[in-house]
Design a protein around this ligand. Structure first.
Ligand code: ADE
Length: 228
């Protein structure tokens, strides 16, 4: 699966791309990530990509005549992909959207900064506008990483057998939070591991785990049990 990230700050991604599971997936050829500096589409000495908003107001707006040609050129590099624009105004990201997006062969992630994009960027490119939650970040970069990480876990072969055998919380058909986990020591500062987990009785352990998941979900995220 190919990802193209369009950003003013490609350096933000360097640790993300060179560590852990994502690096392994890239090395194995399961994921291909390309970073593009939006400023490369500026044509002046200062590499300007933003300007003051018409009508006044604070902040700067990313220019339509820089962003649209940039995306069009990147789309032409290979078979056109699904364009996502990261913005707090988008639909809220969730596991089901990751499951939908993993079906794509190629995804472009356009990261905003400042006060956002000229509206004509949205009008002309009709991107899939996505927010990662009801809070405002400095830009779309962290949101893009969040989306890539949740999608890549769903690509066959990326997770080891042990991990992929687990059905993550929030995935379709699983609306329960994960159960509490314990490892050695059996006792720490007066707190003991539940006896049942040490019993070796797998049936009883499974029963305990399900009960624990139900209780946790009811307490922490009752909406998961009632919302469709
Ligand atoms: N850019 C700024 N805030 C954001 C958010 N919450 N989600 C996606 N992109 C953003």
């Amino acid at each position: 699966m190919r990802f193209d990230i369009i950003t003013l700050f490609p350096g933000i991604f360097s640790g993300f791309l060179s560590e852990s599971m994502l690096k392994t997936a890239i090395d194995a050829g399961l994921i291909d990530i390309h970073l593009h500096q939006l400023r490369d589409w500026a044509d002046d000495k200062h590499q300007t990509v933003d300007d003051r908003p018409f009508g006044g107001g604070p902040g700067m707006v990313l220019k339509v005549d820089r962003v649209v040609p940039c995306i069009e050129e990147i789309q032409r590099l290979t078979e056109p992909g699904h364009l996502i624009l990261l913005t707090p105004q988008g639909r809220t990201f969730r596991q089901q959207i990751a499951e939908e997006l993993v079906q794509q062969k190629r995804i472009l992630l356009l990261c905003g900064r400042y006060e956002g994009f000229d509206q004509r960027v949205n009008d002309l490119l009709q991107p899939d506008e996505i927010s990662i939650g009801d809070f405002v970040l400095n830009g779309g970069e962290v949101a893009a990483m969040t989306i890539i990480e949740s999608i890549m876990r769903l690509i066959p072969g990326v997770l080891g057998d042990e991990d992929s055998a687990r059905i993550d919380s929030f995935s379709s058909g699983n609306r329960l939070l994960e159960e509490s986990q314990y490892t050695r020591p059996r006792e720490f500062r007066g707190l003991s591991v539940p006896e049942i987990l040490l019993s070796g009785n797998h049936q009883e352990v499974d029963k305990w785990r399900l009960q624990n998941r139900l209780e946790r979900t009811k307490l922490r995220r009752p909406d998961l049990l009632t919302d469709s």
